[in-house]
Design a protein around this ligand. Sequence first.
Ligand code: MN
Length: 273
Amino acid sequence: MTHKPFVLLVAMAGLLSTAPTLPPSPAAAQPAAKPPAPADPRAKAIADVVTANHILADQGVVDGFGHVSVRDPTDPNKFLMARSMAPELVTAADVLVHDLDGNTPAPASVKLYLERFIHGEIYRARPDVNAIVHCHAPSLIPFGVTGVALHPLYHMSAFLGAGVPVFDIRKATGGPTDLLVRTPDLGRALAKVLGPHPVALMRGHGAVVVGHDVQQAVFRSVYTELNAQLQTQAIALGKVVYLDPDEARKAEETMNGVMSRAWELWLRKVKDR
Ligand code: MN
């Protein structure tokens, strides 16, 4: 009882010492673990495009070719993607705002990716998609040309459980092409084949991989390629037991919750570039 006034005074002094009117001291700074809030959502998205390009190159999903885009967080009818160049060399200064028709404010002398219509037409068709990867990852190519379907054979690629459609550009054009999705019509045809899926293969060409965010699109790209490698090995060994649909659904849910771990690792490998 007799100590109560003293305790009250100490408590009041404690309140005063943390009052916001006091000048900040370095010792009372934010904990180091808390990441700084992005000052500008578009700047953050541009940084994500650069990082995703470097990670996909480092992980062997893209080489001199292939591209990755992120939907513009400030305008859903625009997306951010580099000018035409090798993914590993992309810097923030190379990232351009594209509209869904594939136009940019850059001068005509700036070369754009011929296949930018892949991105615009998928963003138009899929409001749930905020990042897209287009690649020619080598292990995927056989599955686009043989009729052998890509199936998830381990938990990391469970997102393939709903099936992987194959886009055959001949069916869209009715005649021979250079295989490139170089018009809005072809972009729309590809988006239609992709439907609600996370991945579509492109016969004689490569694949398109989408995600709710850039981390998911990159994760799915890396593990689609790895699954294709493993499936080719497994088929050579004998009859393959794939994940069944229920397993795939459960495993996908689990992996969606932990995929940032992979992004952090892959980011570390490329951060000094
Ligand atoms: Mn291509």
